[in-house]
Design a protein around this ligand. Structure first.
Ligand SMILES: [Zn+2]
Ligand SMILES: [Zn+2]
Length: 275
């Protein structure tokens, strides 16, 4: 009983710590507040993540999603000596399409290099990184019965890791590429033949999900992972992505909404078992 009460108090403190810093966020107040409330609620209602010694595969629609959503998880896995694979479905080459005339191939090259250096900050070497170079903004939606080429590639990488946890965007993650990445990964894990556990993460969904959909997530048995011990490594990895600027002066990952990156610098990451 005492432990339960202490746990509740801790969750309340975490909730306040999450909310208070956004009190002066101006125009972004409501959006960031909603995102922080959702994450705090997922954490408060969530179960502590069990330690897993199996391999870890993270599927990222674009280079930066893996760090934003799973940077702490990846750093902890590397520290524990688990086999790790990160799959970048696209290289994010469209992030300056409506911004300036920096070419998509240059953006892709830069974002892949940034992915390599960000993974290095998490303790993960280049041999663990897989760039599939699907078209940014057009991740294929095939899946289900027959494997498409993209599903087959992801399934082969998962199989090469062996028994593992697989993390991909939640189907409610609000961006088309993220939703399609989720469907593709679900199809790949059904077909890969490896003993794997599939879990889902949110990025854009924290900010854009309608309230009722967000409440539904709270009933989906979320997991809460304490990443306090590796938060410095996650922040260093995020800095790699955010500090490398294109000639237009914006990061190669594109112009992200105010408060978006900061939101992910938190002592916890939350995951869901199923849609
Ligand atoms: Zn993305
Ligand atoms: Zn630009």
């Amino acid at each position: 009983m005492r432990a339960a009460i202490a746990g509740q108090s801790l969750d309340c403190c975490v909730l306040l710590v999450d909310i208070v810093p956004v009190a002066n966020a101006g125009k972004t107040f409501r959006r960031v507040l909603k995102a922080r409330l959702l994450r705090a609620a997922l954490g408060a209602f969530g179960r502590p993540m069990p330690a897993d010694t199996r391999g870890l595969v993270v599927i990222a629609p674009h280079p930066d999603d893996e760090v934003l959503a799973c940077g702490g998880l990846l750093a902890l896995a590397a520290k524990a000596g688990r086999a790790v694979a990160i799959v970048y479905l696209t290289s994010g080459e469209s992030s300056h399409a409506d911004c300036c005339d920096v070419g998509p191939s240059q953006v892709a090259r830069e974002r892949e290099q940034l992915a390599i250096s960000a993974a290095g900050e998490l303790g993960i070497g280049g041999a663990s990184l897989h760039f599939l170079r699907l078209a940014d903004g057009a991740i294929p939606t095939q899946g289900g019965e027959a494997l498409g080429p993209a599903d087959a590639s992801v399934a082969a990488i998962i199989a090469s890791v062996g028994p593992c946890e697989v993390y991909c965007p939640h189907p409610l993650d609000c961006r088309e590429d993220h939703v399609n990445a989720s469907l593709l990964t679900q199809a790949a894990t059904r077909q890969c033949g490896a003993d794997c556990t599939l879990r889902f993460y949110l990025t854009w969904g924290y900010f854009k999900l309608p309230l009722l959909a967000a409440v539904r997530l709270l009933r989906a048995r979320p997991w809460s992972l304490d990443i306090g011990g590796v938060l410095g490594a996650k922040k260093a990895a995020m800095d790699r992505y955010c500090r490398q600027l294109a000639p237009c002066g914006q990061p190669y990952v594109g112009k992200l909404p105010p408060g978006f990156v900061e939101f992910f610098i938190s002592g916890r990451e939350c995951f869901l078992d199923r849609p």
